[in-house]
Design a protein around this ligand. Structure first.
Ligand code: GLU
Ligand code: ZN
Length: 310
């Protein structure tokens, strides 16, 4: 059952209600590598959607996983966004500086019996089919070498996506008591992303399709915290000719900060925006200006598309 927002932790309490007309979007890269064409598409789409609606656009660095962080990546990502004319509002929020907020939410969830500690190993979960079945829910473990899991009793199985229409989610994934804090003590993505989207009063989340299924978990977490969910829109993934998602892991080519126009035009084309040929000779700012003015979210193709690796 959702709790009244007056009981929410102080840090996010006032953020749970907002005027409906105020658009606040964000781009939230993890600094595990530099931006590649796939992440440029997500950044550009969220930026253009916000600016087209006279909204605020924020950048949040999701640096909660130090072992996966690449040194210098945060700064390089910000430099790249600037070179591509994607200028953000307000100051950049670093998740590594948000521990106090996460701790407050975690303390609240434990106190309200909305989460519990779990000792299970990855192998044990795999042995029961790969989805966690709530084994530790009634064991009242103390927080000693344990993960923290959310009691996910507000599971969402479908939602309406701004780009992909109605999304039906994998039931097992959607209703799992998912992890908020990992066994190694690191905050999990689902905790940090939802708490910070609430903390920053985000109304619109435009991002890559790789997060289309986990969104169900995020919506149920919002419900448990009794906060208004943002609207979600997922842009198609760019895949390689071999069928792999462009990602830092499969060494997608880093975009060229010294020559942003060709990548910007390719990204606009990918997003179905049909930039006129004469834009190729324009400055980055002129190009972005055209793109904001002519942004049409309904032109974004739904399917993933191949990006030739050259
Ligand atoms: N930090 C995540 C990533 O780089 C994206 C989070 C989000 O947009 O919700 O994949
Ligand atoms: Zn367990």
């Amino acid at each position: 059952m959702a709790l009244p927002s007056s009981l929410l932790p102080m840090k996010i309490q006032n953020k749970s209600q907002r005027p409906p007309s105020m658009y606040r979007g964000r781009f939230a890269p993890s600094p595990s590598g530099l931006l590649h064409f796939g992440s440029l598409i997500a950044a550009l789409a969220s930026f253009l959607d916000a600016r087209h609606q006279q909204g605020t656009w924020l950048v949040r660095i999701e640096d909660i996983d130090p072992p996966r962080e690449q040194s210098g990546a945060s700064r390089a990502i910000l430099k790249t966004l600037e070179a591509f004319g994607l200028h953000w509002d307000e100051s950049v929020l670093y998740q590594s500086e948000q521990s106090q907020v996460y701790e407050e939410v975690l303390a609240y969830l434990i106190e309200k019996k909305l989460s519990y500690y779990c000792q299970c190993t990855r192998a044990e979960i795999k042995a029961v089919g790969g989805t966690y079945q709530g084994h530790c829910k009634d064991f009242h473990h103390s927080n000693n070498n344990c993960a923290t899991r959310l009691i996910n009793d507000s599971a969402t199985f479908e939602y309406s996506d701004l780009i992909q229409s109605q999304i039906y989610c994998d039931q097992n994934l959607a209703q799992e008591d998912f992890t908020l804090v990992r066994k190694d003590g690191l905050y999990a993505y689902q905790l940090a992303v939802v708490v910070d989207d609430i903390f920053q009063n985000i109304t619109h989340v435009i991002r890559g399709c790789d997060l289309i299924q986990p969104t169900a978990r995020q919506i149920s977490f919002y419900r448990i915290l009794n906060c208004t969910t943002p609207q979600y829109g997922h842009v198609p993934l760019a895949i390689t000719e071999e069928g792999y998602k462009l990602s830092k892991q499969n060494k997608a080519p880093v975009i060229d900060i010294n020559n942003p126009q060709p990548a910007l035009i390719a990204a606009l084309q990918f997003l179905g925006q049909k930039p006129p040929a004469l834009l190729t000779t324009c400055s980055v700012d002129e190009l972005i200006k055209w793109a904001i003015k002519n942004w049409a979210i309904d032109k974004i193709p739904k399917k993933q598309q191949i990006v030739p690796n050259n």
